[in-house]
Design a protein around this ligand. Sequence first.
Ligand code: RM4
Ligand code: MN
Ligand code: MN
Length: 424
Amino acid sequence: MNIDKNQIAEHNQRLETVQQRRFERLVEDLPHAVDIVNKLVDFQVAIPSWALGTGGTRFGRFSGGGEPRNLEEKIADIGLLHALNRSSGAISLHIPWDIPADYEAIRTLASQHGLTFDAMNSNTFQDQPGQTHSYKFGSMQHVDRAVRKQAIDHNIEVIKHGIELGSKSLTVWLADGSSFPGQLNFRRAFQNTLESLQEVYSALPADWKIFVEYKAFEPNFYSTTVGDWGQSLLYASKLGDKAYTLVDLGHHLPNANIEQIVALLLMEGKLGGFHFNDSKYGDDDLTTGSIKPYQLFLIFSELVEGMDARGMDHTKDLGWMIDASHNLKDPLEDLIQSVEAILIAYAQALLIDRPALREAQAANDVTRAQEVLQLAFRTDVRPLVAEARLRAGAALDPIELYRALNVRGELVKERGAKTVATGL
Ligand code: RM4
Ligand code: MN
Ligand code: MN
């Protein structure tokens, strides 16, 4: 199925008067509103190929039907999303779930939908059919050099697929760790992992980045070999200039101050990428902004402040990606909501009166500092985000249009009710 420009135009026509009124009212109080809208138009968030099917839990999986059966259909789904919001212009692939059979055809298909290829993801957390060595006891950390070598070779193969597609980065998330005290020698595990990553690093093209993603626990529950931002930063620093830390919002211990982590990584020039999602407990992979929108805003506040302090380009200098996959909502509706939440938090962060905040901080005026932040957070910026969509040729209300066009119903008709996308 395709969504054409006329369908979007008709939908927008119906909602435009109300939007105009809301936008104009907001502009009266916000002199920089148009600058913010322009920044929102430019901001793109990559969609992970594995978020297009209904995510399972370890207790079950309830497919909503019409799930993409192959890479082509995953691209088509993100194409629909991008047509609706014009903010999802990239796809992030996971290998071997998404090995392209024909690079040229896949590149063409993606560009027809206005999509580029964001970070490539390797997978050494599952054993694949026919694989020589098992990753049961880890991959890059493994005590056996042959297993490590297999994991290294896999990552190099992922880079090769990425080169063919025009990707510029590799994200490495390792499930490596231990579940029982005594199982691992921590130093040995770290050294093995570092050496393995070094071999992968030396296969990176000059204009590529490698993102080292950390996670506090799961699937291992006693130790994780890239367990937190400190460990990730150690690896990234030892690897070199092309290596960065990747922050996945769901990968921290409860109540971690993620905004502070982000600020310091940016200060060190070592924040590379971001996986957005939300969570109550662990790596819940819930819709971004659904549980802790204030935290998301505070994170964006540090992102904007830290990027501006280094003169970074908001759209290009960090890898922005959603990493969510849960089991209740229609995945496309979930992604529309996540992208919207990200743009709202970004817009609110852009609204913060920075000079006033700096002044309050310098004067130890704690009350005022909170007022400045919360004034931005409590501003309803949805008309700005909607305006950005309108100007970019997207739908004013993407979920409404998605439902009005019965996109899921059409996908079920095309693909069947029992299709299961590759992924978790
Ligand atoms: C992990 C991590 C990775 C993702 C896998 C599927 O928890 O978030 O980024 O590639 O899940
Ligand atoms: Mn992730
Ligand atoms: Mn995760």
